[in-house]
Design a protein around this ligand. Structure first.
Ligand code: NOJ
Ligand code: CA
Length: 566
């Protein structure tokens, strides 16, 4: 049934258990702490939580190096605590999706320990080996500058193993049917414990051919269908959200022409063009990226995000575009990472400027897809560039002005709390912003509430509406005879913009502002003219004649404001 597609009009929030809330005072966030904060998340309007890896792990890549797929790392609690957590979410109408990291394991995983111990190990072929150093060893590193190669010699095995990521993350041989069966088993396990799906890590690498002789890896897309099919058999409304930073021409391979592969994908292409648009005040490349990523099956959905726990990857932009984003948002070398991205959090990137933060979030909430918020962004948290690589943007959640931001009672938190400068917890924290009606937190809550009331964005078709001004983006969504329209001024200067809504008859005559009393009425030629402040944005419901008749209160008010005859 179509209404079961809950992810079409949902609000995702991602967090890692370890840096969210520590209940037992050992300095590490845990499931009990997270459980205590579920009312906060529900109050914010979150409808699905995406948990980053929490399974047992040596933690050399923040848990993306898993040593046991069927457990909870004891530092976060027990499987029992996990189930209490998913139950607590269900009671509050929130769903949980978890990371599915099956491109590689930790080198401490028992499978790898066994595999390396002997060529006859039943697990030997679960990994990717070579007797000699392969010719492609110096190619395809995901973390250039930190990671030296993609093949490393293992002394115990007396052979080389393949690792797309760090050398402590040996790649699983995902072509091996036993490995594929195990991946399904992992999904089945967590589904049984109450999750609604998975954020699948590194999907293009999971499905790529791997081996010493593989020059250009080939994606085996049909593997995605078997993952989905299994999941659907076990639980009809569970989803997979794919991490796949790919070009638009392969999107449909991931979604599947018949909508039979990934339910959701992060829209990395739009993400990068969105940052370029913010940097250049030119909406055209963003509009192009939206158009390029438009084709998708009816049941599929984009995940829309601004920043995540990794660097802002700008690899899909042209060199000139990338340089401009660097210049505007990460000019210092220390802010950049892996020759392709920026490792800062959003608020410092935008100079802490509330107008620009609202603009960026307003875009994220109104571009086609399901918004994915990064924990702490709702209070405009900052980063700590003294921490290595991507850790700078993974500091503990800032709850209050209590010591350690109220995150822990320990004076030795697992990652240092930001306690200096404008983003220090004494200035930026939840408790303070709760009390301030104009805070970022309360703004975000209001905007989320409204976003849920415009399902047209998640469900409908969009159209970019032409204006003469490249710094203004106007978009209309239509769904089930309802329309909404969004206007964003990317420029710091005020703009006057004129446009026609583009619906037949009187349908586009009145635009009812969803966030303020500032409605708009078309002139006799059917055009709307708006004056937007610098970085201004508007959310409108398109009200036709029917709408006017039904909503005479709004009509009267709009007439009073604009002075135009009804
Ligand atoms: C993508 C994750 O987002 C990143 O944090 C991780 O390091 C790699 N995959 C490897 O799992
Ligand atoms: Ca703890």
């Amino acid at each position: 049934m179509i209404d079961d597609l809950w992810y079409k009009n949902s609000v995702f929030y991602c967090l890692s258990v370890g840096t969210f809330m520590d209940a037992n005072g050992d300095g590490i966030g845990d499931f009990k702490g997270l459980l205590r904060r579920l009312d906060y998340l529900q109050g914010l309007g979150v409808t699905a939580i995406w948990l980053m890896p929490f399974q047992p792990s040596p933690h050399k890549d923040d848990g993306y190096d898993i040593a046991d797929y069927y457990g909870v790392d004891p530092r976060y609690g027990s499987l029992g605590d996990f189930v209490e957590f998913t139950h607590g979410c269900r009671q509050r109408g929130m769903r949980v999706i978890i990371d599915l990291v099956v491109n590689h394991t930790s080198d401490q995983h028992p499978w790898f320990l066994d595999a390396r111990s002997s060529p006859d190990s039943p697990y030997r072929d679960w990994y990717v080996w070579a007797d000699k150093k392969p010719a492609n060893a110096g190619k395809g590193m995901v973390f250039p500058g930190v990671q030296k190669s993609t093949w490393t010699r293992d002394k115990v095995a007396g052979a080389w193993f393949f690792h797309r990521f760090y050398d402590f993350q040996p790649d699983l041989n995902t072509s091996n049917p036993h490995v594929q069966a195990e991946i399904l088993k992992i999904m089945g396990f967590w589904i049984q414990l109450g999750v609604s799906g998975f954020r699948m890590d590194a999907v293009p690498f999971v499905i790529a051919t791997k081996g010493a002789k593989v020059g250009k890896p080939i994606e085996q897309y049909d593997m995605l269908r078997s993952f989905r099919e299994f999941l659907q058999w076990r639980q009809g409304n569970a989803v997979i959200l794919a991490e796949a930073n790919v070009l638009p021409e392969t999107d449909m391979e991931y979604f599947g022409d018949d909508g039979d592969r990934m339910h959701m994908m992060f829209n990395f292409f739009v993400n990068q063009n969105l940052f370029y648009a913010l940097a250049s005040a030119d909406s055209r490349p963003l509009a192009k990226a939206l158009q390029a990523t438009k084709p998708r099956p009816a049941t599929a959905q984009w995940g829309l995000f601004l920043r995540n726990h990794d660097e802002l990857d700008l690899g899909r932009l042209t060199k000139a575009q990338r340089e401009l984003v660097f210049e505007k948002f990460g000019p210092d070398k220390t802010m950049q990472l892996y020759d392709r991205g920026i490792r800062r959090r959003l608020a410092p990137m935008l100079g802490g400027d509330r107008r620009r933060l609202e603009l960026a979030y307003s875009l994220m909430f109104t571009l086609p897809g399901t918004p994915v918020i990064r924990y702490g962004d709702e209070i405009a948290m900052g980063d700590n560039l003294d921490l290595p690589e991507r850790n700078c943007a993974r500091t503990p959640m800032q709850w209050s002005t209590e010591p350690q931001a109220g995150f822990t009672k320990s004076d030795r938190p697992c990652s240092p709390v930001i306690d200096v400068g404008p983003y220090g917890y004494e200035h930026v924290n939840v408790a303070k912003q709760r009390r301030d009606p104009n805070s970022m937190l309360n703004w975000t809550e209001r905007v989320i509430r409204m976003r849920k009331e415009v399902p047209e964005v998640g469900w409908g078709d969009f159209k970019v509406i032409a204006t003469r001004d490249p710094s203004v983006l106007v978009m209309r969504y239509d769904w089930r005879n309802n329309s909404v329209l969004f206007v964003h001024n990317l420029d710091e200067k005020p703009r006057e913009v004129s446009f026609a809504v583009g619906l037949p008859g009187d349908a586009g005559k009145l635009l009812v502002n969803l966030l303020s009393e500032d409605h708009s009425r078309a002139n006799e030629r059917g055009k709307h003219t708006l004056v937007l402040e610098g970085y201004g944005y508007r959310w409108y419901r398109v009200g036709g004649l029917d709408y006017l008749l039904k909503r005479s209160d709004i009509d009267a008010d709009a007439k009073g404001k604009t002075g135009h005859p009804a």
